[in-house]
Design a binder for this molecule. Sequence first.
Ligand SMILES: NC(=O)c1ccc[n+]([C@@H]2O[C@H](COP(=O)([O-])OP(=O)(O)OC[C@H]3O[C@@H](n4cnc5c(N)ncnc54)[C@H](OP(=O)(O)O)[C@@H]3O)[C@@H](O)[C@H]2O)c1
Length: 326
Amino acid sequence: MPEMMRVVEITEPGGPEVLRPAERKLPAPRYGEILIKVAYAGVNRPDALQRAGSYNPPPGASDLPGLEAAGEVAAVGPGVSEWKKGDLVCALLPGGGYAEYVTTPAAHALPVPEGMSLDKAACLPETHFTVWTNVFMRGGLKAGERFLVHGGSSGIGTTAIQLARLSGARVFATAGSAEKCQACLDLGAERAINYRDEDFVEVIRAEGGANVILDMVGGGYIPRNVKALADEGRLVQIAFLSGPKVELNFAQVMMRRLTITGSTLRPQSDFAKAAIAEGLREHIWPHLASGQIGPVMDSEFALEKAAEAHARMESSSHIGKIVLKV
Ligand SMILES: NC(=O)c1ccc[n+]([C@@H]2O[C@H](COP(=O)([O-])OP(=O)(O)OC[C@H]3O[C@@H](n4cnc5c(N)ncnc54)[C@H](OP(=O)(O)O)[C@@H]3O)[C@@H](O)[C@H]2O)c1
C-alpha cells in the first residue's frame, strides 16, 4: 500500500478554482470501516456547497470533498466481516471521495450491481440514499399515488423519477428546458412540466394534487407546493436552491392535513445510514442488477479536473450525474 495518495482539496472557500490537486497520507480504516481504492467518485451539489463554505463536514469526517465512490476494497478495519479485500463496492462516504483512497463505515457500502461498470456504480449512493429515505421512508410514497419531483433532470431527480415509477406511483417532474423535460419523460415520468412555460400548480391540481412532492428549490416554491398538494399530502424538502425563507399561510396545512418535512443525509447517524443501505439492498439493488433502472450519466472528468466538473454542475446544463475518474 502506498503511503501517499493523489487528492483534490478545497484550498479556501470559493468558486470551482479553489479545488486543487494535492497529496495526502492514506487514511487507515478504523473499527467497522473499510478502505476503498477509488476508481470513480460522484460529484454532487452538496460538494459545491462545501467548496463555497456553506456545508461543513460533520465532526470526524475528512475535509476533502466527495460523498460517494465506487472501487475495490483495499483493506478492512477491525470488526468488519461483511467485506474482504478485492470486493467491488459503491459506498456512501462521510467525505473524502475526491481521492485515490477513502474510508467509510462498512455498513454504508453496497455491492456494485452485477454487470454494472464502476463509473455508473459511483453515481448510485448519494442519490439513492437521499431518495429512498426522503421519498419512501419519510414521504411514505405508495403505489398509485401522484408524485411530483422538482429538478427532474438533476442527479437526485433522475433517481427519484425511476424509483417512484418502480414503486407504481404516477410521476410528474419539473425541469428548466425542453431537452431536460424529454429526459424526465424517457425515464418514466408521465408528465414533464417546463417551469419556464407552465405553472406546475395548475398541472398537478388538474390531476387531483400531489400526494408527495420532493423539493430542492424552496423559496417561492414553498407556498406553491402547499397549493399543489392533495389532502393529506406530504412535502419533503431536501434543499433550498432559491432560499429557505418565505411567508406561508399555515391554515392550509391544518385544513387539508398536510405534512411538511425534510432531511439532510450527511449529519445522520451511522446507524441511520446503515438502515437506509439495508432498505436499498433489499428493495432497489435487484432492479439495478436486472437493468430495469440505472443511473443517468452526464459526463466524466479526470480527478485533477474537479474544478471543471463543478463548473459544469453549477452551469445547470447537465442532465444526470457527473463523475470523476480517479
Ligand atoms: N438533503 C439531502 O440529504 C440532499 C442530498 C443530496 C443532494 N441534496 C440537494 O438536492 C439538490 C439536487 O442535488 P444534485 O446533486 O442532484 O444536483 P444537480 O444535479 O446539480 O441538480 C440541481 C438542479 O436543480 C435545478 N434548479 C432548480 N432551481 C434551481 C436554482 N434556483 N438554482 C440551481 N438549480 C436549480 C436545476 O435544473 P433546472 O434547469 O431544471 O432548473 C439543476 O439541474 C441539491 O440542491 C442538493 O444540495 C440534498
